[in-house]
Design a binder for this molecule. Structure first.
Ligand code: PMP
Length: 433
């Protein structure tokens, strides 16, 4: 396998760390090292590892068969759990990944509006489809003017047709966004939003910015797709409940599959009708051998049933106390760093510079070699102390966590910061840097 794994984010140096098992918030690697897991497979394990209810449900389904060429009843149950929670979602279709769900939502939006283009915000991640990878990590030589970003390929050889089909919007700049949307409205099927983008270090959307996106898309007849693959966990009713807005199409993934592969497209009946082939060929025919996989459905039902609003609130409070605690650690250590995030999601950034969009993030965190080095150091030092985060410093709190693990995290963070300062790689000014 190139790089020794099947996923770029696993490529830590000098080699990927292979996991052997997990239970609750603890992961054990193949060498027997134990870690407190604050990444939880990129935020997909809301209850941590091997939750007993999820294990029992999957075991039970496993004995009855893993997949059929007929639908199973449990998809009705998971559909109901989701439509009960998200006000704008009356129907859903199940797929196997968030990426696939984004592709399907875009296809539906194009079909509903009969318009070919989509708009996405610069630097935001929506999975691995060609169109949404446009301008995922552009560098300044290619990214174009701030108020009119260029469509920049993510990988060489991306067809011009793909780049031409995507409009790139600057994040957090309402007038610039408005002028692009107004100029291109007649061609635009949808705008994709994510209220807490993981790739930009978990910076929460401003409510007034989101309200402007919603108002403009509605006025211009452009569909608003809320990508809640990560953000659904913010509230019992997902990101739309947290921010009080209604999307035209909603994309879900990660936690709603209980740890197994899943993607979901949902929306009001008038939107979801596109997929309905009961009266003949659907406007958007939708196949997929493993769609609504019975094992995933069983895991998803068990996971969501064990996630009442009170648990969402509990982990959100733990997330807030982790962020507050991290900022206090940085302040008392005199370290140029800060925490970001919302609810149970957080980011730790080894810079005092705040950012509200991709270009701000790029100059604060990517362009500065010192910040990059300190970020790597932090990851390594936390790992040595048994704390697992993403290499970029983002993480999340699962329901398997209590105050005790938050304290352990903050203690490891404080120790790491002290050590980084002692060794001179803390603030980029000490000896050895
Ligand atoms: N959208 C967002 C916001 C995501 O964070 C991700 C995955 N990290 C995806 C879509 C794609 O989901 P998947 O990895 O299941 O394809």
């Amino acid at each position: 396998m190139p790089g020794g794994t099947s996923r770029s984010v696993h490529q830590t140096q000098p080699h990927p760390i292979y996991a052997r098992s997990g239970a609750g918030c603890v992961v054990t690697d193949v060498d027997g090292n134990r870690y407190l897991d604050f990444y939880n497979n990129a935020s997909s394990l809301i209850h941590g590892h091997a939750h007993p209810g999820v294990v029992a449900a999957v075991e039970e389904q496993l004995r009855r068969g893993t997949a059929f060429s007929l639908p199973v009843e449990s998809q009705i149950e998971l559909a109901r759990l989701l439509t009960d929670r998200i006000a704008s979602v009356e129907q859903v279709r199940f797929v196997n990944s968030g990426s696939e769900a984004v592709m399907l939502a875009i296809q539906a939006a194009r079909s509903i509006t009969n318009r070919p283009r989509i708009a996405k915000f610069e630097g935001l991640y929506h999975g691995s489809a060609d169109a949404v990878e446009v301008s995922l990590d552009p560098d300044p030589r290619a990214w174009g003017p701030p108020r009119h970003p260029s469509s920049v390929p993510y990988t060489r050889g991306t067809p011009e047709g793909v780049l031409d089909s995507v409009s790139i919007l600057p994040l957090d700049d309402v007038p610039a966004m408005e002028s692009i949307l107004r100029a291109q409205a007649h061609e635009l099927a949808a705008v994709l939003v994510d209220v807490i983008p993981m790739r930009l270090g978990m910076i929460p959307a401003r409510p007034d910015w989101l309200a402007a996106v919603r108002q403009l898309t509605r006025e211009l007849g452009i569909l608003l797709i809320s990508d809640e693959v990560v953000a659904f966990r913010l509230a019992h009713g997902g990101a739309q409940a947290w921010y009080d807005f209604d999307a035209d199409l909603t994309v879900l993934g990660k936690i709603v599959g209980g740890g197994l592969p899943i993607g979901v497209v949902g929306g009001p009946l008038e939107m979801m009708r596109s997929f309905d082939d009961s009266g003949g060929r659907a406007a958007v025919p939708h196949a997929g051998t493993f769609n609504a996989n019975p094992l995933t459905l069983a895991a998803g039902i068990a996971a969501l049933s064990a996630l009442p609003a009170s648990e969402v609130q509990r982990i959100n409070e733990l997330g807030a106390s982790l962020r507050r605690g991290a900022d206090a650690v940085f302040q008392s250590a005199g370290l140029a760093a800060h925490a970001t995030g919302l609810g149970s999601l957080f980011g730790i950034h080894m810079t005092e510079r705040r950012f509200a969009d991709y270009r701000g993030y790029w100059s604060a965190c990517v362009a500065d070699a010192g910040v990059r080095q300190r970020q790597r150091n932090l990851y390594d030092r936390l790992l040595q102390r048994g704390i697992l985060l993403s290499t970029g410093g983002v993480g999340n709190v699962s329901t398997a966590v209590s105050e005790r693990e938050i304290d352990a995290f903050l203690e490891a963070l404080a120790d790491s910061c002290r050590e980084m300062q002692r060794d001179g790689d803390g603030d980029g000014t000490g000896p050895g840097t």
